[in-house]
Design a protein around this ligand. Structure first.
Ligand code: GDP
Length: 428
């Protein structure tokens, strides 16, 4: 059976923690999209880790971690991450990399930075991990697939073609140093050596695993609102963040995905540019940012302060809908314990009309939040294990949001650790 753990919002909802927790009962954990541009923070008995490329199951020795074909594979980053965790005492994880995954090249990162520089103040706020140039090349059919590393002659010819094309842009659009054919070829040979021990046909591996009844977890990156089709285009990422894409990015039948656990944070945060209707500013935002997550809401990859806001029922209802949510994991609820009152965004006012349907970007930019104020619970809820033991106003907050978004909240996370979790009607 396959379960997916995905985000409802802009990312950073706490998917890493939920995946790490569910991985205890899983056999295989797969990353199916995205690259090293976002990170999961995980706290467990080995310490605190920021993973960017590795699936969040690498901390268990009974699991196999897979980098699926849909991932933007940054080979030096992957190898570095494996080294980092093993140096911290984590046993060498079992990792398989799809022979159909494509490779993030050094020039993808350069192009990412050059384009941000060219756009100046109108930039997307990219993390400069090469993700947009990578996926652009993949769909322009000029990317390097891992399998191609193993055919030297074809590889050399392809390198020559690509260098010719890239150098036109480097010379005339960006005015930057050109790429050298031999250097690029050597870069690829270096990647071959590093990745070879991990490469296999992961889709076949997964089909066999499904026949054997194995438990498989798909781990999403970012969230619905960053999806290129259904998100806040163009302030989105370059690969689909939806559970449905898990079938493609892992190479499994779509009907095998039986449970979709959509992670929603009890308040909002976002990185990068784009409309953010329930955003707050000033001291109110600073305080939430300082208290948020585990040690503050700062990017796991960049360290950038995240933009903060109150919970947005409109965005989250939409986010859950597009994921095909069977379960909502409601996270970081403990952080709100300091507030006397908790504002929640329950509608958008656009051109004088109130809606609870999430609109397209041009309308979203005009939306003003319609807020409802709920009473706080003024209590530390960390350590509570049973839903009934939560303070009444805390339960009312959960139930209000469940009602507004229309999907069952079956997991509640009340702390960053693996065991800080409250099960509520959760199946599995
Ligand atoms: P992801 O990319 O969706 O996995 O999210 P991040 O790892 O970027 O952000 C989630 C942050 O919140 C991390 O620092 C987690 O350790 C932390 N976190 C996750 N769940 C909880 C929770 O329930 N309470 C608190 N206080 N922190 C949490």
């Amino acid at each position: 059976m396959v379960k997916a753990v995905v985000g409802a919002n802009w990312g950073d909802e706490g998917k890493g923690k939920i995946t790490d927790m569910l991985a205890k009962k899983a056999d295989i954990i797969i990353r199916f999209q995205g690259g090293a541009n976002a990170g999961h923070t995980i706290i467990n008995n080995y310490g605190k880790f920021a993973l960017h490329t590795l699936p969040s199951g690498v901390f268990y020795d009974h699991t196999t971690s897979i980098i699926g074909n849909g991932v933007a594979l940054d080979i030096p980053r992957l190898i570095q991450e494996i080294q980092d965790i093993t140096m911290d005492g984590v046993p060498q994880p079992k990792i398989l990399v799809s022979d159909r995954a494509q490779i993030v090249m050094s020039y993808h990162k350069n192009f990412d930075a050059y384009e941000e520089e060219r756009l100046g103040g109108k930039s997307f706020g990219s993390t400069k991990s090469g993700i947009a140039p990578f996926y652009a090349d993949k769909y322009s059919k000029i990317g390097f697939q891992v399998s191609e590393l193993f055919d030297a002659k074809r590889l050399r010819t392809k390198v020559e073609n690509i260098v010719e094309q890239k150098n036109v842009l480097l010379e005339h659009l960006y005015h930057k140093p050109l790429i050298d054919v031999e250097e690029l070829y050597q870069e690829l040979l270096g990647y071959k050596e590093l990745i070879e021990p991990y490469v296999c046909d992961t889709s076949s591996f997964l089909h066999d695993a499904l026949k054997e009844g194995k438990e498989i977890l798909l781990e999403g990156q970012l969230g619905t609102l960053k999806d290129p089709d259904h998100g806040i285009y163009p302030m989105v990422t370059s690969s689909s963040t939806l559970a449905a894409y898990g079938a493609i990015g892992a190479g499994i039948p779509p009907y095998e995905i039986k449970q979709i656990i959509t992670v929603c944070k009890a308040y909002s945060s976002a990185v990068g540019a784009g409309a953010f209707v329930s955003e707050i500013f000033g001291e109110e935002a600073d305080e939430l940012r300082r208290r948020g997550g585990d040690g503050g809401e700062f990017g796991a990859t960049t360290g950038r302060p995240r933009r903060m806001g109150w919970f947005d029922c409109v965005a989250s209802k939409y986010g859950c809908k597009l994921q095909g949510t069977t379960d909502v994991a409601f996270t970081v609820l403990d952080v709100l314990g300091y507030l006397d009152e908790i504002p929640v965004c329950v509608g958008y006012e656009i051109d004088g009309e109130v809606t609870t349907d999430f609109p397209v970007t041009s309308l979203l930019e005009k939306a003003k939040p319609v807020m409802k104020i709920l009473p706080g619970w003024k209590q530390d809820i960390r350590g509570i294990k049973k839903y009934e033991d939560l303070p009444e106003n805390c339960r009312k907050y959960v139930e209000f949001i469940e009602q507004e978004i229309g999907y069952p909240i079956t997991l509640i996370s009340n702390g960053p650790g693996r065991d800080d979790i409250i099960y509520r009607k959760f199946n599995g």
